[in-house]
Structure formats: C-alpha cells, structure tokens
Design a protein around this ligand. Structure first.
Ligand code: NAP
Length: 284
C-alpha cells in the first residue's frame, strides 16, 4: 500500500502559516493585497478565481477582482495591468489564463511588474528561477516540492522524471528538482520510448493533461508518483494523468486527484503574495 500524500492537509498547513504571518504583518501596518483579473466567462476560470478570492479572505489578505467582458481589447487589459502595477495596496497581480482568443497572453504576462508577478510567469522571474536566485516560484511546481518535503522524499541523487514540458508546470518543475540535486529527465510527446524512461524514475511527476495516462507498467516499484493532471474521465469525473487504481499498489507514495497537487497551487499563490508584500514593504 502506497502512502497517500494528502494535499489538502499540507495546503491547510501552508495557508495557516501564511495567515499567522499575515496577522503579524498587519500589526506592522502592512496588509498583503492581491488583484485577480478574469476576462470572459469560462466556468473553470470562474471557479479558480472564486477559490483564490476565498483563500485570500481566509488568510487575511486584501483582494480585488476585475471581471472583464470577453470582448475586452488588448489595450484595455494592458491599461488595467499598468494601473495595478502602480497601485500601492496591490502587491500581487494575477491574470487568470487562458485569455479569450484575440488577446495576447505573452504581452500581458510581460506587462505585469516582475515584483508583483506572483504566478512567476514573467521572463525575468523565469530567468531568476533558472539561476536559482528567485523571489517567487511558480505555484504548481512549488506546491509539488512542498508535498515531496512533507512526504519525507529524498531528492538528492535520485532519478527524477517529469512527463510534460509546459512553461507553467513541466519546465519549472524539472528546474526545482534539479536545484534539490535530483538527476532530472524531461519527457514530452516526442520522447521515443517513454515507458523505458519513466520506469527509471525514483520520483515521477506527470503533467501531461491526458486522463489516466501513466499505467502501472510505466512505474518503477517503490517510486514516488506525483500527479499534476486535472482531467475528466469517460464519465466526466475529475481524475489525474495517473491511473491511480493501477499505480497505487506499485508506488511507495502517490498523490490522489482530487486532493493532491490541486489544493497546493492556491496555497503557494498565497505564500507568493505574502512574500511580495514583504519585499515591497522592506520587511524581512
Ligand atoms: P500542456 O501545456 O498541455 O502540456 C502538456 C505536456 O504533455 C506537453 O509538454 C506535451 O508534450 C506532453 N505530452 C502530451 N502528450 C504526451 C504523450 N503522449 N507522451 C508524453 N508527453 C506528452 O499542459 P500543462 O499546462 O502543463 O498541464 C498538464 C496537466 O496539469 C493538465 O491536466 C492540467 O490541467 C494540469 N494542471 C494542474 C494544475 C494544478 O493546480 N493541479 C495546474 C496547472 C496544470 P509536447 O510539449 O511535446 O506537446
């Protein structure tokens, strides 16, 4: 039986720590503030934004929501980002992705002040992560690192395989494992013999976006398996990139979906916003 890594519990712990630090910061006259921009009416984006606002309230942050219509122009969105870059009460700016067709996500990401880029998507923050001298880490990979820490997983010297090379998950995930001295391999859709590579992994991270893609015969017995996927199965039920029923008996530790990586993303966003508030106010 694998150890089931409880993302809900770890996320609650992180959020409680953020709430405690926020209370102390408020006594010094600083309230962390997060602005969330949502464009259009995508239901999944709406749910994410609602969850982020709720999390802000729970940890004691000030938050603002900008819900813009789907036909918002690039110029209007850019103007809002510039306004928020200057707004003193706002320490973090998050523009919920994906944006509706016709809007240039890259330009918006680059317009957000790197100091307020709590998603850590700006090229300047991405570069800092590469060097290993960063203010913020992208929320989902950072959440995975917290889960590995909580599970007592040794990373140094271990074979780490990340399946997926997106800018928001796969690539930064690989870099964070590398910083912790893992021997890291990144796989993608052109990887020649995926199973041969994944079977070498002591730590296997799946960020593919295909339901139940990782099967038992792709996993080394005793591996730690982290499932970043948020997919729908044939019945429309939320599931991950890992076939949990098959893989759990083979793994030594595994994250479930839901209740694994998912809850960590928002917790790490709160952590980044707190860090941004401290940096911007010169608080150690
Ligand atoms: P993405 O941008 O679509 O990237 C998917 C990656 O998987 C790509 O690098 C792709 O390779 C690779 N891939 C696709 N088919 C493959 C195959 N047959 N064999 C090997 N690799 C394959 O997705 P993403 O944004 O990274 O998200 C991945 C998953 O994580 C999704 O389910 C998403 O919903 C979930 N997610 C969850 C959270 C959370 O908070 N829990 C946050 C973000 C994302 P190529 O580059 O060659 O195309």
């Amino acid at each position: 039986m694998a150890y089931i890594i409880d993302g809900k519990a770890v996320s609650a712990k992180v959020r409680a720590e953020v709430a405690e630090e926020t209370a102390a910061l408020k006594e010094r006259g600083v309230t962390p503030g997060l602005a969330v921009i949502i464009v259009g009416d995508d239901p999944a984006s709406r749910t994410y934004v609602n969850n982020k606002k709720k999390a802000c309230a729970e940890v004691g942050f000030y938050s603002e929501e900008y819900a813009l219509p789907a036909d918002t122009s690039q110029a209007e969105l850019m103007a809002l980002v510039r306004e928020l870059n200057e707004k003193k009460e706002i320490n973090g700016i998050l523009c919920q992705l994906p944006l509706p067709k016709g809007l240039d996500e890259g330009e918006i990401i680059e317009a957000i002040s790197p100091k307020k880029d709590v998603d850590a998507f700006h090229a300047s923050n991405v570069g800092k992560i590469m060097i290993g001298d960063f203010d913020f880490l992208p929320c989902t990979p950072a959440g995975v690192m917290e889960l590995l820490k909580d599970a007592g997983t040794e990373i140094s010297g271990k074979e780490c395989v990340v399946v997926g090379r997106s800018n928001i998950v796969g690539k930064p995930m690989a870099m964070l494992l590398l910083h912790k001295h893992g021997t890291v391999t990144i796989c993608h859709s052109r990887t020649a013999d995926l199973k041969e590579v994944t079977k070498r992994a002591d730590i296997l991270v799946a960020a593919v976006g295909i339901p139940k893609f990782i099967k038992a015969d792709m996993v080394k017995p005793g591996a730690v398996v982290i499932d970043v996927g948020m997919d729908r199965d044939e019945n429309g039920k939320l599931c991950g990139d890992v076939d949990f029923a098959e893989v759990e008996p083979v793994a030594s530790a595994i994250t479930p979906v839901p209740g694994g990586v998912g809850p960590m993303t928002i917790a790490m966003l709160m952590k980044n916003t707190l860090a941004a508030a401290k940096i911007q106010n010169g608080v150690e």
